[in-house]
Design a protein around this ligand. Structure first.
Ligand SMILES: Nc1ncnc2c1ncn2[C@@H]1O[C@H](COP(=O)(O)OP(=O)(O)OP(=O)(O)O)[C@@H](O)[C@H]1O
Ligand SMILES: [Mg+2]
Length: 320
């Protein structure tokens, strides 16, 4: 992992039940009258190709604040897990039991690997995730209408498996009525993301949602929403011209990182090459840019230890 200065890589909290994801660390907080709560710290770690590659400045704050921005702007569509944001890198959330599927919604046909939707389409696939796609689509084209392409969540170390919308209910992964609600909500969320993105000069090409059920049996949107880690965000400026020239869109998301590695000949197997510090700073800038475009806010410059600040800001909420 390449660790840049002024980043949050790891952190200790005097709280129980620590869980480590690739990007977030969470702990259990004392229950309130509605049930369990967790404290989520979003670090500056950047993962791609199923491994942690680097820690880049401001990424954690961008993700956490941008997710908070979108949770607030989608609360009329579905309830979400946010209880409070005590620090730029921290969300206090309602604990939920995550549904065992990642709900991906796609408005564009894109991707770089064989297993991406574009990869399958160029290999002749027309029935993808249970959706019939027309002939003649070009890479990065808009789909006739957005589609839901779920994947089952892999056990640690495994890979996510694509399934059709029908299979999720047929196999009993998610109760049929609940799943119907999830699909409807996911499409409405995507529409909201597209609309608000458009007014900010951005195209939401695709995104991934996670849902959970809380102690009262309520459906909640959890994890993160419309961030550059969970979504493909393209700059709308000059997009049509770029695509017409057969060029790739300007990606303000993790795809930019995947492309940097591809340019070094790395496709996800073996040891990843080291990238220059300047390259990582350019990655950090893209994350900041998408944040500023979508929220209109700036990020406060980091001064002093982020870990110290997080602990200070969480002192009240994180006492048992
Ligand atoms: N409200 C919530 N209640 C319970 N779990 C949640 C909630 N919100 C998010 N999560 C889970 O917390 C984890 C967030 O960590 P992170 O995003 O770093 O994980 P990841 O690397 O994407 O996936 P994994 O945890 O499988 O490695 C995810 O596993 C997510 O499903
Ligand atoms: Mg995640």
């Amino acid at each position: 992992m390449q660790v840049l200065a002024d980043t949050l890589v790891d952190l200790d909290m005097d709280l129980p039940d620590r869980r480590d994801g690739k990007v977030r660390i969470s702990w259990r907080l004392p229950d309130d009258d509605r049930g369990g709560r967790r404290l989520f710290v979003t670090t500056d770690r950047l993962s791609a190709f199923d491994r942690i590659l680097a820690a880049v400045p401001d990424k954690g704050a961008v993700l956490n604040r941008l997710a908070a921005h979108w949770f607030a702007r989608t609360a009329d569509i579905v309830d979400n897990h946010v209880l409070s944001i005590p620090d730029p890198n921290v969300t206090v959330a309602r604990e939920a039991t995550p549904l065992p599927v990642e709900v991906v919604v796609r408005g564009r046909i894109t991707g770089v690997t064989d297993t991406s939707i574009w990869g399958m389409y160029t290999a002749g696939g027309r029935d993808l995730y249970g959706h019939r796609l027309p002939d003649g689509l070009v890479k990065n084209d808009a789909l006739p209408s957005p589609i839901v392409t779920p994947t089952t969540k892999a056990e640690a170390g495994g890979h996510d498996r694509p399934v059709t919308v029908d299979e999720v209910a047929d196999s009993g992964l998610v109760d049929r009525a609940l799943w119907g609600q999830v699909v409807e909500v996911a499409l409405a969320l995507f529409e909201r993301g597209r609309e608000l993105g458009e007014t900010a000069g951005l195209v939401l090409a695709d995104t991934k949602y996670e849902f959970g059920i809380d102690a009262d049996g309520r459906l909640l949107l959890i994890d993160e929403v419309h961030t550059p880690d969970s979504s493909r965000w393209w700059s709308a400026d000059g997009l049509a011209e770029r695509l017409e020239r057969g060029e790739e869109p300007e990606s303000l998301d993790k795809e930019f990182v995947r492309r940097l590695y591809a340019e070094q000949g790395f496709t996800g197997h073996g040891e990843p090459p080291e990238l220059d510090r300047e390259v990582w700073l350019a990655v950090a800038d893209r994350y900041r840019r998408v944040f500023t475009m979508l929220t209109g806010d700036d990020l406060a410059p980091v001064s002093g230890s982020i870990e110290g600040r997080v602990k200070e800001n969480c002192r009240e909420v994180a006492t048992w």
